[in-house]
Design a protein around this ligand. Structure first.
Ligand code: FAD
Length: 480
């Protein structure tokens, strides 16, 4: 071993979630080390949220501008892929993590480059593949695992050998292929289909089931399916991929679907069929674990020094929710092992100590699909609420009928739906579709978290003429 380092807390993984956990854990004077084997900032910054949204935004802007006469006439061309990719490169900082490393430094957090593996309780071995060094790292109080997730490549004959793209290659693309096949109709599949169609590719999406976005309300999935087809995407539902082959002409997929056996030829194939926790290299067996599960304090049961946050826990799959869990875990570690006297002034000013003993509450998990229309939802779907034994009713409203929406775009199409508890009259869940629907979501999230009955929410008057006026229409549709 080349050296030994001792810190109060060690965070494995410097993605967005690990960074947050580290920052919060340091708030009561604990020394914190982040171990990262790739880029500080993780998947979200370089191969997921930021580049995918940078690829999707130009198509959304173009569609919105085309819906406003006076501007629409100016738009005579199509998107310029080179410019879109160049702007994407700015958002990924050209895959350079210097600014994030500077942030770690400014927050007083240590950084060690390399792959961390458990060598025992509160003890890790970190191997740096680049310089060949090995470091023994001792965590005096706690280890927080934030090692993220990795894509699953399904076991289809010839698929792995065909060097398919995962979301990494799809978001880091240098040259847009003419023909793209996408396996999977979840969030990543839908977003990538939209982005690549906008960039001029012929896109085929292959879905085993009979709908897209299985986590969303069925009406939202249907709207997305219709919109993708109108965009020119070839959607194949109920279709299994039985074989894949790559040759000099590209990738060739053999499919089995409602029309029997079919083939699809493409230049590239994106596999977007799900992700699994990235645990294989952590050496969890040393701790007698074969995977990571956590309680609501984000602690691994039976190990009072071991915590986990983000995608690796399998209980969150978004940056925002992973960072929320990271704030909770960081606060728990800070409160349990740190000193109140060491609290920074700002935190002492905030004064609410109960937050420091927090547990994570997942009643209102927001999710946005940045497709066209955007789909945004929070809390329970109607079916989830019923399955949970609630007596529910839904109210919905066509957002395009709201004055603010019609001013923002001719032919605005979108839907708002609330899932209401018949007994308590609170909002259990909400779904919005339409241009910029994501911006309607936070109001719904606040309402679900607050558990405030409609009779009180009715007094929250939306400004005229905004798209948010749909809330007033929803109250009215609910009978208020
Ligand atoms: C295409 C795509 C688009 C997405 N878009 C959005 C979006 O718009 N909004 C949103 O909220 N979410 C989005 N997500 C989800 C989001 O990217 C993840 O939820 C988020 O990145 C999880 O963060 P994390 O810190 O848990 O994991 P990661 O970001 O994966 O970070 C984990 C880090 O740990 C490091 N690591 C792993 N093992 C070790 C080890 N043994 N030693 C040292 N370091 C290690 C890795 O190198 C990595 O940097 C998207 C995902 C994809 C795939």
């Amino acid at each position: 071993m080349d050296q030994t380092l001792s810190y109060d807390v060690v965070v494995i993984g410097g993605g967005a979630v690990g960074e947050n956990a580290a920052d919060r854990a340091a708030r009561t004077g604990l020394s914190v080390l982040v171990v990262e084997r790739e880029l500080v900032g993780g998947e979200c910054s370089y191969w997921a949220c930021m580049p995918s949204k940078a690829l999707l935004r130009p198509g959304a802007v173009l569609a919105e501008a085309r819906a406003v006469p006076g501007v629409a006439e100016l738009l005579t061309g199509t998107l310029d892929p080179a410019q879109v990719l160049a702007r994407r490169d700015v958002f990924t900082s050209h895959w350079d993590d210097r600014s994030q490393v500077e942030w770690l430094d400014s927050a007083g957090l240590g950084l060690l480059r390399g792959t961390a593996r458990f060598a025992g309780e509160k003890e890790l071995r970190v191997d740096n593949e680049e310089d060949g060094t090995s470091t023994r790292v001792i965590a005096r109080h706690a280890v927080i695992v934030a090692s993220g997730s990795e894509p699953v490549i399904p076991d289809v004959p010839g698929l792995a050998e065909s060097t398919p793209w995962t979301s990494r290659e799809a978001t880091a693309v240098e040259e847009v292929p003419s023909r793209l096949a996408v396996l999977g109709g979840g969030v990543v599949g839908v977003e990538m289909a939209t982005a690549y169609r906008d960039l001029g590719a012929e896109v085929t999406v292959i879905v085993r089931g009979d709908r897209l976005l299985t986590g969303a309300e069925p009406f939202a999935a249907e709207e997305i399916g219709t919109a993708l087809r109108e965009l020119g995407v070839d959607l194949r539902f109920g279709t299994e991929t039985t074989a894949v082959r790559r040759d000099a002409d590209g990738v060739h997929l053999t499919l089995s679907g409602p029309q029997g056996e079919q083939t699809v030829d493409a230049d590239e194939l994106v596999v977007a069929t799900g992700r699994r926790p990235r645990t294989a290299e952590l050496g969890l067996d040393v701790l007698g674990l074969d995977g990571i599960t956590v309680d609501d304090a984000l602690q691994v049961p039976g190990h009072d020094w071991l915590f986990a946050v983000g995608d690796v826990t399998g209980r969150t799959a978004t940056t925002h929710q992973g960072k929320y869990d990271a704030r909770v875990a960081g606060d728990v570690v800070a409160a349990r092992f740190g000193s109140d006297d060491a609290l920074r002034d700002a935190e002492r000013e905030a004064g609410d100590w109960s937050r420091f003993r927090a547990t994570a509450d997942h009643a209102a998990v927001p999710q946005v699909v940045f497709s066209r229309p955007e789909v945004a939802w929070v809390g329970q779907t109607e079916q989830q609420a019923k399955d949970a034994g609630r007596s529910v009713r839904t109210v919905s409203y066509a957002i395009g009928s709201v004055a603010g929406a019609s001013v923002s775009a001719d032919g605005y199409q979108g839907t708002a739906q609330l899932v209401l508890d018949r007994d308590s009259h609170v909002i259990l869940g909400a779904t919005f579709t339409g241009p910029d629907a994501a911006e309607l979501l936070q109001t719904a999230t606040v309402a679900v978290v607050a558990g405030t009955p409609l009779s009180r929410l009715w007094h929250a008057v939306p400004a005229y003429p905004t798209v948010s006026e749909v809330w007033l229409r929803l109250w009215e549709t609910a009978g208020l």
